[in-house]
Design a protein around this ligand. Structure first.
Ligand code: FES
Length: 107
């Protein structure tokens, strides 16, 4: 079953499958999502903040937790479990997220 992802502030939407990462689904949908390491889980550039639907995300792996420590320090106003990496997170329900750099490929 596909889940719908809404991305603020650009008001983008795309669908993600249960075995797909947010980053892979965004790329398949023509959305340019910030990345340097192309999904290797090493650059942290793909991070996003969860606005709604946090319960639909897979729990972060120990590696993602480690990578997120630095990002979470920059977003102390956001609950810890609302900061995730798009190249690591899977989702199984409709969600809204904030990713400042995400934009449509042909915009
Ligand atoms: S794309 Fe580099 S950490 Fe996610």
């Amino acid at each position: 079953m596909l889940s719908r992802v809404t991305v603020e502030p650009a008001s983008l939407t795309f669908e993600v499958g249960p075995d797909e990462t947010m980053l892979a689904a965004a790329a398949r949908s023509g959305i340019l999502w910030p990345t340097v390491c192309k999904g290797a889980g090493a650059c942290k550039t793909c991070y996003f903040l969860i606005r709604s639907g946090a319960q639909h995300f897979s729990p972060p792996t120990p590696r993602e937790q480690q990578e997120l420590m630095w990002v979470r320090r920059r977003h102390q106003d956001v609950p810890e479990d609302h900061v995730r990496l798009a190249c690591q997170a899977n989702v199984s329900g409709d969600v809204t997220v904030f990713c400042k750099g995400a934009r449509a490929a042909h915009a």
